[in-house]
Design a protein around this ligand. Structure first.
Ligand code: DQA
Length: 139
């Protein structure tokens, strides 16, 4: 069975409640159940933290044994050299995902510190962005 790790960064624990016009009304827990049911032949683990170092620890912990990591680093996307280095340090492919289309929003969201270290980037498809990343990693 292929194993994938979803890692969600800061403020993503509030999905469903946080700025619903941008991020939707669905909690991540509810979406994860749908995703797991849709891909029963995959193990999909999920981790969320608001702490940059904990996201790095999770990348280290899973990045040598999982078949891929789906990373929504939230606002750390735009600031974190340390996350860039962590992604480069591991063997598993990492796909950067964003729920919103960051290129249509504020200027500061247009630059990602982590894209260059990732296998690919998916943004703007709502929670479906995670599924698209999963399909890319499965294939
Ligand atoms: C986000 C986009 C980021 O700019 C923002 O800081 C987030 C969520 C997204 O999924 O659209 O927290 O990563």
């Amino acid at each position: 069975m292929k194993k994938f790790q979803i890692i969600n960064g800061p403020n993503l624990n509030l999905l469903g409640k946080r700025e619903p016009a941008v991020y939707g009304n669905t909690s991540f827990e509810a979406y994860l159940e749908v995703l797991r049911n849709r891909y029963p032949s995959c193990e999909i683990d999920c981790y969320q933290s608001n702490v940059e170092g904990e996201l790095i620890d999770k990348i280290h912990e899973t990045g040598f044994s999982y078949d891929g990591i789906i990373l929504n680093a939230g606002a750390y996307t735009h600031t974190s050299v340390a996350l860039h280095d962590a992604i480069k340090a591991v063997e598993s492919p990492v796909v950067e995902v964003h729920i919103s289309n960051v290129h249509t929003r504020e200027e500061f969201r247009r630059h990602s510190m982590i894209s260059a270290a990732c296998k690919g980037v998916i943004a703007g498809f709502g929670l479906k962005s995670y599924e698209l990343a999963l399909v890319a990693l499965i294939n």
